[in-house]
Design a binder for this molecule. Structure first.
Ligand code: PGA
Length: 264
């Protein structure tokens, strides 16, 4: 894992947007995996700015979102489809038909999950998957105990996740208790993963993900098995890591290599 620690959430967003933009410029027809939640919003704002001011075009990009609440119509303000329209898609030049979010209102949920997986495969797989992390260590809605080989499927949300997400709905009672989510296995098949975390409330989950054992109790820890993961953290999210200074040294050397200087 490449662990990048930045001073604040804004710098995290800039680095994350740069990783996405690099791929989009190198491979304009790439497949992006996208995430919802508060964390990636600043990254999306930076991508919108790059689209507007720097000619970063998404016209040939395809996207797949990680998850969606069951029972919410796409135009429900708290559906993840509506979130993506509001926070990103409506502001960039991506064709609507290139954007995919699981259908939380499908009558045949199981079939619809299988079709989602098949479509990802058909379009060549995900090149870069953007990920947030839950305070319980989940990636997408793969709650503690999810199989590390899991595929897109229905998942019950934990009380902790329902409480965390109640801020968007007003009350806990309004938060759907079921979601469709890509599986951990689906995520591990992405060619590259970009995990973002900001704030002290994520510090425990981040420590467990990076320095803890691989366990289904912290599904993000499965990323240790992936060969190309970039983790971008602010100081607060990184505050419980034991090896912070080592990650900083590695990062310094990495940047020197990228700038064409040999690290000393
Ligand atoms: P957040 O959610 O970005 O709103 O903190 C992350 C997640 O639950 O995956």
């Amino acid at each position: 894992m490449r662990v990048i620690i930045e001073k604040d959430a804004l710098s995290v967003a800039r680095i994350a947007a740069r990783v996405v933009a690099q791929l989009v410029r190198a491979r304009p027809q790439c497949v992006l995996g996208l995430a919802t939640g508060s964390t990636p919003v600043a990254t999306y704002q930076e991508l919108i700015r790059m689209n507007r001011e720097e000619g970063l075009s998404f016209a040939r990009v395809t996207t797949f979102n990680l998850d969606e609440y069951v029972g919410l119509a796409p135009n429900h303000p708290q559906s993840y489809r509506a979130f993506m329209q509001r926070e990103l898609f409506d502001h960039i030049d991506i064709p609507h038909e290139h954007t995919h979010v699981p259908d939380g209102r499908a009558l045949d949920l199981e079939g619809s999950c299988e079709r989602y997986e098949a479509l990802i495969q058909q379009l060549g797989g995900i090149d870069l998957q953007v990920l947030g992390i839950g305070s319980d260590g989940h990636i997408a809605f793969n709650e503690p105990g999810s199989s590390l080989g899991s595929r897109t499927r229905l998942k019950s949300l934990t009380g902790e996740t329902v409480r965390d997400n109640a801020r968007f709905f007003g009350t806990e009672a309004d938060v759907p208790k079921l979601a469709i989510t890509m599986g951990v296995g689906t995520i591990l098949e992405s060619r590259k993963c970009l995990l973002l975390a900001t704030g002290e409330s994520k510090s425990r989950a981040i420590r467990d993900t990076i320095e803890g054992p691989i366990t289904a109790q912290v599904t993000a820890s499965a990323l240790q098995l992936h060969r190309d993961v970039v983790v971008v953290l602010d100081e607060a999210a990184a505050s419980r890591l034991d090896r912070r200074s080592y990650y900083a040294e590695v990062e310094q050397a990495q940047r020197a290599i990228e700038a064409g200087n040999s690290p000393s």
